[in-house]
Design a protein around this ligand. Structure first.
Ligand code: NAI
Ligand code: MG
Length: 362
């Protein structure tokens, strides 16, 4: 089958790392393992410059019609002055919200060739392969009321509200358990039921979903603060880590530092499964637009190319093509190719284009 991809390169290094994806797509077509039609459009600052908004309605319509979306990064100093409602990030938030992308998947993989770049000792991270499943459209970032009010004495009061419903917890729990089945069959669910009502419900619903549908998967509950400590103490104990929006934001940044560079980390954001088995899905690197190195052929394209591998696996079920691509990345690193962000002191670095071409050749 030929899948329809929408490529949204965005700003800063976004177009440079997305060019790497196009290089790799060409090589994948040649293997015969996967075929795509790719269309490109604007998002973020580049869309503001062209249309006055960070995500045009026509682009959103294309996103809705695509089988999957690959996004580079948005933002940069050029757009720091624009109104809050139309800032570059608002384009990305609109995409996530409009497509109902409630499940954020962030793998933290430590490549053997890069184990010494980790914040931890090699033996603690060698072979590390964690998948964080973070709820992305609920919780304290979205709950109402959300406000700052002025008190009678002139001081202020800020309120954020953590809200979760049974349905929101159920659907993210299903995503985590389904993924665990295809991995080592273990899920750890992190919350704080000791101090939060939303934590009590989270634990209860995850336990019920597990008992009703996933007796073959091992489930462990862990308090989120303890989980942060365990991630630094002995990260390899985890396989799939299921958690809410706030804790997932923090725990995934902790996990990121176990793997080396921001330039290595892909992510997937998934919506509900629709008729035909496809689901709305957006794949993007964890990093931003890196204005400090933009336009210099210095960016590491692996986070972006790794996001394509996630797309092959999670959107299209092309496990073999995803394996081939992930192995090409591993072999490229094992062969010594390094962009500047992952080069050890004194080690020669290659550019964005050369890295993508090396992976494509592999
Ligand atoms: P950033 O992730 O863009 O950069 C942080 C540091 O990591 C910089 O030193 C950068 O050079 C380096 N870095 C990032 N990606 C790299 C790569 N692929 N290869 C090599 N080095 C890399 O975060 P920062 O500087 O906080 O934000 C810059 C802009 O990006 C801001 O406008 C921010 O709002 C935006 N941003 C956008 C995101 C998105 O599109 N999802 C996410 C995070 C930030
Ligand atoms: Mg974060």
């Amino acid at each position: 089958a030929s899948y329809k991809l929408l490529l949204l390169p965005g700003d800063g290094i976004g177009p440079e790392v997305m060019a790497g994806v196009e290089t790799v797509l060409g090589a994948l077509r040649e293997t015969g393992l996967a075929d795509f039609e790719a269309e490109t459009d604007l998002v973020g600052g580049s869309a503001i410059d062209a249309h006055g908004v960070p995500l045009a309605d026509a682009t959103l319509a294309k996103a809705g019609a695509a089988d999957a979306i690959l996004l580079g990064a948005v933002g940069g100093p050029k757009w720091n002055g624009v109104a809050y409602e139309i800032r570059p990030e608002a384009g990305l938030l609109r995409l996530r919200k409009d497509l109902g992308l409630f499940a954020n998947l962030r793998p933290a993989i430590c490549y053997p060739a890069l184990a010494d770049a980790s914040a931890l000792k090699r033996e603690l991270v060698e072979g590390l392969d964690i998948l964080i499943v973070r709820e992305l459209t609920g919780g304290v970032y979205f709950g109402e009321p959300k406000e700052i009010t002025t008190l009678p004495d002139g001081s202020k009061r800020a309120v954020d509200t953590q809200v979760y419903t049974t349905g929101e917890i159920e659907r993210i729990a299903h995503v985590a358990f389904d993924l665990a089945r295809k991995r080592s069959g273990r899920v750890a669910s992190a919350e704080k039921h000791n101090v939060m009502k939303s934590g009590v419900l989270w634990k209860e619903v995850v336990t019920q979903v597990h008992a009703a549908h996933y007796a073959d998967v091992a489930l462990e509950h862990v308090l989120a603060d303890n989980c942060a400590m365990q991630l630094v103490r002995a990260p390899k104990q985890y396989d799939v880590l299921l958690t809410d929006n706030l804790f997932g934001d923090i725990l995934s940044d902790v996990a990121a530092m176990l793997t080396g560079s921001l330039g290595m980390l892909p992510s997937a954001s998934l919506g509900a499964v629709e008729a035909g088995g496809l689901r709305k899905a957006l794949y993007e690197p964890v990093h931003g637009s890196a204005p400090d190195i933009a336009g210099q052929d210095k960016a590491n394209p692996i986070a972006m190319i790794g996001s394509l591998a996630l797309c092959l696996r999670y959107s299209f079920g092309l496990g073999e093509a995803a394996d081939v691509l992930e192995r090409a990345i591993t072999d490229t690193l094992a062969g010594g190719a390094r962009t500047a962000d992952i080069a050890a002191a004194g080690q020669a670095a290659i550019g964005t284009r050369a890295m993508a071409e090396t992976i494509a050749a592999a």
